[in-house]
Ligand binder design. Sequence first.
Ligand SMILES: [Zn+2]
Length: 159
Amino acid sequence: MDKFMHQAYEQAKRGQHEGNLPVGSVVVNGGIVIGEGRNRQHQTSDPTTHAELEAIRDASSRTDGKDIIGIFSGATCYTTMMPCPMCAGAIIRFGFTRVVVAEAHSYADSGTKPLMERQGITVDVQKDEQCIELVEAYLKTHPHLSTTMKSPKPTDLKL
Ligand SMILES: [Zn+2]
């Protein structure tokens, strides 16, 4: 696990301690972290507070309102889990060129990998055992989520 994914992993663990599905993300551009985030749905009751969107919000908030979209041009999103369709849409919309995914085991079949690749985004899947174990352990104690995440049919994108 490189330093950027490690930072995303630490965000995921922080999110878990706050009562959320453990997913963490960092946005990197020009070799530096410009934003970080974690799943915060439990404490916000906001279904859009996924790790990737939170990292995007964090990066934009650091600009003081200047160039809130341009900062993502050519950026890389490091994320501990394969992005969902909502987050993949933001990644496409804001000009990211690369997504590094620690694990696509828990949420592999949503169709977002080919969706992003068709937009010219490089998607690197690392099969990181630590991130797989983190999510699998969480899903054992939250079996209702496991059913939703392991069943590709309701969320499969029609490509
Ligand atoms: Zn998402």
